[in-house]
Design a protein around this ligand. Structure first.
Ligand code: BG6
Length: 294
């Protein structure tokens, strides 16, 4: 399929009717629907789908920089680029394709403009996979094909679609330290129980366990975010004032979205020439970062 700007999109469907839509613009998942047709991801009605503008919604991939922590454009360039479908993807030993619909995308070392600001050769392989039970899995592998080392940060900036921001609860971040982006990235420790929301929030929680959960009581829905090799969790909601300042977000739309990202931000990942990002330090583990939604 093509969107109205002529960018290719890929539709994955499972036999029960669940589906996932992925755009080559950013290698970005734009839609994830249950077998009943309910949309699980938020995309703004004002989203600008025209590359290189980043798309407000779905799962933008922030790479190789998160936010403004570096000299690159906000959240790096990966979400603004056109990715390619990989026809002969390298084998992923621990990936069992049984009953799964999947696609492999790749982003290779970038154009001259990007090389000027980020002069490293890399390959970013992304597999998006939809299982029979409707679970969505994203597997990323980053390879250094350069002659010098480089470091990067990564985040799956996931916009969950929720009934009402004031009614949801986020569990799994209790007692963790976090960097508050609203206070010069100062470090704090989470004191309360589950997180609830009543104003703007923009934080990077550090070293979280591998499952966090968003409870949406009104919709009787729970999102489980399972991640491997991604120690940090970003939590973001712009709330009213910031939402008004964002031209690609409707004034009231902040109520229906919550960003919860699996991420590696505080400690950038460094790859030597020829190395591939290993999400797990156990050398027997497959080299991957897994963000799975159950
Ligand atoms: C968050 C950042 O994760 O993403 C925020 O911490 C930022 O500071 C937000 O405002 C949205 O970023 P963007 O570039 O998609 O508007």
């Amino acid at each position: 399929v093509k969107d109205k700007n002529g960018t290719d999109q890929i539709l994955l469907q499972n036999p029960k009717g669940a589906s996932v839509k992925i755009s080559l613009h950013g290698g970005q998942v734009l839609s994830w629907k249950t077998e009943k047709g309910d949309e699980l991801l938020f995309t703004s009605s004002k989203a600008n789908l025209k590359p290189p503008h980043p798309v407000r919604g779905g799962i933008p991939i922030c790479f190789p920089q998160f936010g403004t922590r570096g000299s690159l454009e906000q959240h790096g360039f990966a979400r603004n680029k056109i990715w390619l479908v990989e026809n002969n993807p390298p084998a992923l030993p621990s990936f069992d394709p049984t009953g799964k619909a999947y696609v492999d995308l790749v982003l290779k070392s970038s154009d001259e403009d990007t090389m000027r600001i980020w002069p490293f050769s890399f390959e970013f392989h992304l597999r998006v996979s939809l299982a029979l039970d409707g679970n969505l899995t994203l597997i990323s592998r980053v390879r250094n094909i350069n002659s010098k080392p480089f470091s990067f940060a990564i985040a799956y900036h996931t916009y969950f679609s929720i009934s009402d921001i004031s009614e949801v609860r986020l569990e799994g971040l209790e007692t963790l330290d976090y960097l508050d982006n609203m206070r010069d990235r100062e470090r704090f420790t989470e004191q309360g129980d589950a997180l609830t929301f009543e104003s703007e929030i923009d934080r990077v929680y550090l070293n979280s366990k591998d499952v966090v959960a968003v409870f949406d009581h009104e919709r009787k829905r729970t999102f489980l975010i399972r991640k491997e090799g991604l120690p940090d969790v970003v939590v973001w909601n712009p709330w009213e004032k910031k939402a008004r300042a964002l031209t690609d977000l409707g004034d009231d739309e902040y109520k229906h979205m919550l960003c919860v990202d699996g991420a590696a931000i505080e400690k950038p990942i460094t790859l030597k020439p020829g190395e591939e990002w290993t999400a797990n330090s156990d050398p027997l583990e497959d080299k991957r970062a897994l963000l799975e939604f159950l």
